[in-house]
Design a protein around this ligand. Structure first.
Ligand SMILES: Cc1cc2nc3c(=O)[nH]c(=O)nc-3n(C[C@H](O)[C@H](O)[C@H](O)COP(=O)(O)OP(=O)(O)OC[C@H]3O[C@@H](n4cnc5c(N)ncnc54)[C@H](O)[C@@H]3O)c2cc1C
Length: 385
């Protein structure tokens, strides 16, 4: 497509920033509009598997992320009460060669800062909350809460689970509360009083689970993230503080080692887990969605951000490589190449079976979104087994 197109990305989340960085490298001018006044270092960690790190390499930030994050030697699944090891997926250098990239755990705030460093200076316009969208022939007028209006030739909705662009494209329907909330806490490893923990462990209970991992090579910061049943989430906040007693009580009966970790965690927050049913349309005219805006999923494969980042890489390639100036065609290619994969990841995430026992991980982790051949919509499979 013409390199002088005006491309607007709504949302400076992980998907939006990746897409902007890759489009800039392909020669396009891109502006990212973010509702928040600035990035904040919210209290959460994230796993980035090799399929994500291969994209980060193209943005020139793979090594920086390895340096600020932590490379676990394995992902370990343990039974909640006895502590028995159910499965262990080796990671580390040997697997890195096999998958084509490292697997890291990192603080989300650090990831955001490194991603922003991969964009041209001034790409992100903070304090711009999208409120109105008007399709005007081949261009689109965007209206922001701060009174600013901007025109664009392509608008990419990377604005997360409550996407405004999705509402405009597909109608207003609320995301589905999964029946679970996630506790999150980050704290100094010194609070564990010398208790050794494996670098990345998931404790599997009957209806609840909890992950524990370090977020830095120096192993001085620990992150816990859970999933426990909850009756509902009827408040507008995206998260709330959680009192320590109810957090600790949620893990009654779990193995003493895990209970020691839980008891050491201060400043616990709770987050609702939402998802949506897959849809078969992510675009119309000059408007297109990616990431949680089109396929929010439960976080049980640690792949929601990974899918947003892969979407960004494939979408940027379709825009750059599919030779037409009508965006409908590249968007058709993008949907055909991405939907079967994101549908499969949504399905497995909902089942919450990933890495509980022996699991084929190659199809997920060896996928290189920047190099995999793009299939014509007529050739792409509609579903992946
Ligand atoms: C508990 C938990 C743990 C998780 N762990 C992992 C993990 O380990 N690995 C992983 O890959 N995924 C994980 N995920 C999933 C992951 O966080 C999401 O899938 C991912 O952040 C989606 O990225 P995105 O770019 O689509 O949207 P988001 O990251 O949600 O970004 C959307 C952005 O758009 C902005 N925005 C929204 N509305 C507007 C508007 N109207 N105007 C302007 N800006 C707007 C928002 O402020 C935000 O910055 C986890 C999720 C949860 C809940």
């Amino acid at each position: 497509m013409r390199r002088d197109l005006r491309i607007a990305v709504i949302g400076a989340g992980l998907g939006g920033m990746t897409t902007a960085g890759l489009l800039q490298r392909a020669g396009f001018g891109v502006r990212v509009y973010e509702q928040a006044p600035a990035f904040s270092r919210i209290g959460a960690g994230i796993h980035l598997s090799a399929n994500v790190m291969m994209v980060m390499r193209r943005l020139g930030i793979q090594q920086t992320l390895v340096d600020v994050g932590m490379t676990p030697d394995a992902f370990v699944s343990r039974k909640w009460d006895t502590g028995e090891t159910l499965f262990e997926l080796p990671l580390g250098p040997a697997r890195e060669a096999h998958y084509g990239g490292p697997y890291i755990n990192v603080h989300r705030g650090d990831l955001h800062a490194v991603l922003e460093s991969a964009l041209s200076h001034g790409t992100v316009a903070f304090g711009h909350r999208l409120m109105a969208i008007e399709e005007r022939g081949t261009s689109v007028r965007l209206g922001f809460e701060n009174g600013v209006t901007e025109d664009a030739d392509i608008v990419i909705g990377a604005d997360g689970v409550n996407s405004k662009l999705r509402e405009f494209l597909l109608g207003a329907d609320r995301p589905r509360f999964s029946g679970y909330i996630a506790h999150r806490a980050i704290f100094p490893a010194a609070r564990l009083n010398g208790l050794p923990i494996r670098s990345c462990t998931k404790w599997w209970g009957p209806r609840s689970h909890i992950l524990v991992y370090y977020m830095t090579q120096a192993r001085e910061e620990v992150y816990v993230v859970s999933s426990v049943p909850a009756p509902g989430w009827d408040v507008p906040e995206s998260y709330l503080p959680c009192d320590r007693e109810s957090f600790i009580a949620a893990f009654d009966g779990f193995h003493p080692e895990l209970r020691q970790v839980v008891a050491a965690a201060p400043g616990v927050t709770q987050w609702p887990i939402f998802d949506r049913e897959p849809v078969d349309r992510w675009s119309r005219g000059a408007l297109v969605l990616l990431g949680d805006a089109c396929h929010p999923m439960r976080p049980y494969m640690a792949s929601g951000a990974a899918m947003a980042i892969e979407d960004g890489a494939i979408l940027a390639r379709c825009i750059a490589e599919i030779g037409t100036d009508d965006p409908a065609e590249p968007f058709r290619w993008y949907e055909a190449n991405r939907m079967p994969r994101t549908n499969k990841v949504q399905r497995i995430s909902e089942a919450n079976t990933w890495l509980r026992g022996p699991t084929d991980t190659d199809w997920l982790y060896t996928y290189d979104a920047c190099a995999i051949p793009l299939l014509a919509p007529e050739e792409a499979p509609r579903e992946l087994a």
